[in-house]
Ligand binder design. Structure first.
Ligand SMILES: Nc1ncnc2c1ncn2[C@@H]1O[C@H](COP(=O)(O)OP(=O)(O)OP(=O)(O)O)[C@@H](O)[C@H]1O
Ligand SMILES: Nc1nc2c(ncn2[C@@H]2O[C@H](COP(=O)(O)O)[C@@H](O)[C@H]2O)c(=O)[nH]1
Length: 393
């Protein structure tokens, strides 16, 4: 893992030239060198870590989608993460965190026995809590979700799970599920790409982090259709969600619905009914589900679901917040840092406005981290006279 090498020249702090492709950030006894070599503009956006005590270089395993390898500036936020601000991309795409010692990174380091770092993209604004819908097979979860998505196509997005089960007739890969091979899915799970996974009715099912994040990136509220084990795992994760359990009016009715659907063999139906009893028992586990819905008459149940999601009052949700102002190309560099804010200054020559714009990036209300996005960023103009950059929440 260690490698002799002073092939890099490391300055003690960030190398912040206008076209900087490499930054060196000191964290304790280590120096993190981020970026690509200035000599080779086509080289990949790499990370190297210098152990200053032993003078050895380590190339860590880098997890997560990485920023576009353009020029950037970087600064240490705290012992856990480095802020990297990319130039020449839209403001929405410019803010990244290199996690060097967060709980996820520590966990992955332990699993792999290797040095690990992870990227987490910074996202402006907050998102509405995802909605987890659980309940026994055949109770009508999919039917309720389909109605919700049909009535509110721009408001909700479905988290497309991975599964090792075979597709049913009319099921489309990437729409209903990502149909996956077991070994690939297990490998992705071990690499921390899944929010939760469970063995359900003899197959492996799981929600990838990307499945949830990509829905949220579109400005939509994410709906997860997962079993009770999965709901338990999400409850224990850092994802804040609303948890709804859907019950059948009776066990007989559940059996009838499952049979009438006609998608399972008799053996599979028996397995699903057996598991249904266990799931119904667990629906009352303290602190697991926020709401129980009985799906007797479909329309009544759907109206009750809408009430739970505050969709019955005709008002838009007040905390909807989708960023439109950050789509223009930005050229900001890190200027300074306080405990809760980092000041970014625009490159005057690039924006050509005659005066530098100052933005303050509020770090006090961040939610989420690797292996997902870092959300909740707020940016506001920090110019004494606001010269045109609107405050962005
Ligand atoms: N309230 C209802 N009354 C009668 N039939 C219903 C009702 N809700 C759903 N159904 C029917 O029950 C069957 C099972 O519904 P659905 O596939 O939505 O269940 P599910 O909970 O998503 O199951 P699974 O977990 O196996 O995916 C479907 O044929 C559906 O049309
Ligand atoms: N824990 C998870 N459970 C999941 C996920 N996706 C679906 N499911 C649950 O599996 C059963 C069976 O589904 P089916 O499509 O084979 O009928 C059902 O209870 C789903 O809720 C997942 O990603 N994780």
């Amino acid at each position: 893992m260690g490698e002799e090498a002073p092939e890099f020249r490391v300055e003690s702090i960030t190398l912040e030239s206008k076209d900087c492709h490499q930054n060196a950030i000191d964290v304790g006894n280590k120096t993190y060198v981020i970026g690509r070599s200035d000599e080779d503009s086509n080289s990949p956006f790499g990370i190297k870590i210098l152990d200053k005590l032993t003078q050895t270089w380590v190339v860590p395993t880098v997890l997560g989608a990485q920023p576009p390898s353009k020029s950037h500036s970087a600064i240490l936020v705290n012992d856990e993460k480095i802020l990297v601000v990319e130039k020449g991309v839209s403001l929405n795409d410019s803010i990244w965190f290199l996690e060097i010692d967060t709980p996820f990174v520590k966990q992955q380091r332990k699993i792999k026995g290797l040095e690990v770092v992870s990227w987490s993209k910074g996202v402006l604004g907050v998102a509405q809590k995802p909605v987890v819908i659980s309940g026994p097979s055949g109770v009508g979860k999919g039917t309720l979700i389909a109605k919700l998505m049909k009535e509110y196509p721009s408001k909700f997005g479905f988290s497309v799970s991975h599964t090792t089960r075979s597709p049913r007739v009319k099921e489309i890969d990437g729409v209903h599920y990502h149909f996956a091979g077991r070994s690939k899915m297990e490998q992705d799970i071990s690499e921390g790409k899944f929010l939760e996974f469970a063995h359900v009715h003899g197959n492996l099912y799981g929600t990838s982090i990307e499945a949830v994040e990509s829905v949220t990136d579109e400005g939509k509220r994410c709906i997860l259709d997962i079993d009770v084990q999965g709901a338990r795992s999400v409850r224990a994760s850092s994802l804040e969600a609303i948890f709804i359990f859907v019950c059948p009016p009776s066990f007989e009715e559940l059996e009838q619905r499952l049979r009438a659907r006609g998608t399972e063999t008799e053996e599979q139906i028996q397995k699903r009914l057996k598991n249904a009893r266990a799931e119904l028992d667990q629906s009352n586990s303290p602190g697991l589900f926020d709401h129980l819905l009985v799906n007797d008459d479909l329309e009544t149940c759907y109206e009750n679901l809408k009430k739970l999601l505050s969709l019955d009052d005709g008002h838009e949700d007040s905390d909807d917040c989708f960023i439109k102002d950050g789509e223009a190309t930005a050229c900001f560099a890190i200027l300074s840092k306080t405990e809760s804010e980092i000041l970014l200054q625009s490159d005057i020559s690039e924006v050509g406005k005659g005066a530098a714009n100052l933005l303050a990036l509020d770090l006090s209300s961040l939610t989420g981290c690797a292996p997902g996005r870092t959300r909740g960023l707020k940016i506001h103009s920090a110019n004494s006279i606001d010269n045109g950059l609107k405050a962005i929440r």
